[in-house]
Write a protein that binds this ligand. Structure first.
Ligand SMILES: [Zn+2]
Length: 175
């Protein structure tokens, strides 16, 4: 009985994970981003950079979209702090303070919603975006200030560790 309750009530689970449900296109995006800094769909017919991932190019409707390494520089358009979440994984993190998210206009590319990493960032600032495979093995996007060195996997991993995004959220005992 208790076990069944745990399955139905995320707050009773020892470990909580970030949302893992993705569309088929989203799953392919996650797979493409297992390596590299940022891979987005490029239309081989009209050169449009497509995001969010889709089956067809949003400009010319060609089905000729391929994942390629993409210039990850951009401008932070807006920033917001989340103080509440309905998702257990983020509920447990919000105890340490608000969770920052933002929108980034990628240079010559799409606008994307991202987690904001460590460091001061204000709208209008130059930022860079990288993809990370989270604790549910889904790709999420993280923006950091332009000055941060993202070239190595270790550097990117250190940012993710500082954010606490790499691991399942453990339920505080006795709470
Ligand atoms: Zn196209």
């Amino acid at each position: 009985m208790r076990k069944r309750l745990k399955l139905n009530r995320p707050s009773l689970r020892q470990r909580a994970r970030p949302p893992r449900h993705r569309t088929a296109s989203g799953a392919r995006f996650s797979a493409a981003n297992l390596s590299g800094i940022l891979k987005l769909q490029h239309c081989t017919a009209c050169q449009h950079i497509q995001y969010p991932p889709a089956e067809l190019c949003g400009v010319c409707l060609a089905d000729a979209l391929v994942y390629r390494d993409t210039d990850n520089g951009g401008t932070l358009l807006a920033q917001s702090d989340l103080h509440h979440s309905l998702w257990e994984y983020f509920k447990r993190r919000l105890g340490d303070g608000p969770w920052s998210v933002g929108t980034v206009q990628l240079d010559g590319g799409p606008t994307m919603i991202v987690h904001l990493g460590p460091g001061e960032m204000a709208p209008g600032d130059r930022v860079q975006v990288f993809s990370h495979s989270d604790a549910s093995q889904s790709a999420v996007l993280i923006a950091v200030p332009d000055s941060v060195d993202l070239r190595t996997r270790e550097a990117r991993r250190a940012i993710v560790l500082a954010m606490g995004l790499n691991a399942p959220a453990i339920r505080p005992t006795g709470a």
